[in-house]
Design a protein around this ligand. Sequence first.
Ligand SMILES: NC(=O)c1ccc[n+]([C@@H]2O[C@H](COP(=O)([O-])OP(=O)(O)OC[C@H]3O[C@@H](n4cnc5c(N)ncnc54)[C@H](OP(=O)(O)O)[C@@H]3O)[C@@H](O)[C@H]2O)c1
Length: 340
Amino acid sequence: MTTTDNRHNPDTETASKTMHAIVHRSFGPPQASLTYQVVDKPSISDDEVLVRVRAAGVAIGDWLTVMGLPYVARPQYGLLAPKHPIPGYEMAGIVETVGAGVTGLQPGDEVFGWGNATLAEYVAIPASQLTTKPSNLTLEQSAAVPISGLAALEGLRDSGGLRPGQRVLITGASGAVGTFAVQIAKALGAEVTGVVSTGNVEMVRSIGADDVIDYTTAAITDSGSRYDLILDLAGNRSLGELRRALTPSGTLVIVGGSGGRWLMGFGRTVRAGALSPFVRQRLRPFISKPTLENLETLRGLIESGQVTPVIDKTFPLRDTATALDYLASRHTRGKSVITI
Ligand SMILES: NC(=O)c1ccc[n+]([C@@H]2O[C@H](COP(=O)([O-])OP(=O)(O)OC[C@H]3O[C@@H](n4cnc5c(N)ncnc54)[C@H](OP(=O)(O)O)[C@@H]3O)[C@@H](O)[C@H]2O)c1
């Protein structure tokens, strides 16, 4: 990653009209396509809040956005060049100023939320996309919550219809979404089985999984157990294999995907949606739609001690490209965080 300009002096940053940010001008490997540089601070509209970002969570979705993958998602990212010149989807920080129409938040409040362009010292975020951070978490921990925590909550409860007492299988249970999903499923009263590699078996047990399948030594169908809900985060099993592990009227929620650069599992998701009306099992494609109500639900689960973010590594803002390369391994544990 290139560092192009260091004019900025942190001692005068509050008064300054500029800030440091990660800038993304073309799709490709993070080291080649991201720069750490000084840009103009964002301005806010009446319904927005200017936040001094202290930490920003990153996940595989950030790497995909920088790469412009899969190609089928390019209209969403920008056809020829990135739509958002500053990447990042979530953050935690301190309110600097609020727009004229914003109520309930004021300068100095410690907040967390989701939005665009969070890999920067300041971000303008709609007031409807942030709220007070959990009282028992640091800003660094809080920044890890919104995107992955909301995907886990929505996938299990809203798409999956999870009810107390049900048996749920979570593939990719040790990753960013998975570590939230294990804890949220337990909080919702489920019996939870996580699917992980050998080195993550104990970690996933320690965050509450009742049972763990080590996918390096067993298939999800080997034990003969059947699950009411499968949350498929790993995205690398066939529909047939996943359906064989479901009860006859069980629900499969397809969150992750893997495969070629054009579709990355999108074909499997489309096939599941097309097949679902003709079988008893419910096969549900999933696209996260974050809401403030759900973020507040997550805050409640965190403050009651039922959910704690699992933080893998932290990186300074200027090393964002290194962080994204690390995430691309797809064997990270929990969430990585950029500190600012
Ligand atoms: N549709 C949406 O709105 C939405 C929202 C959020 C995320 N997603 C997608 O959901 C997926 C998960 O996201 P994430 O951020 O949690 O990813 P992640 O952190 O990169 O997940 C990595 C995890 O996957 C596990 N894994 C790798 N190979 C596996 C296998 N063969 N079987 C089981 N687990 C395996 C790894 O565990 P081991 O190291 O133990 O192998 C690791 O813990 C991604 O595809 C992401 O793009 C979709």
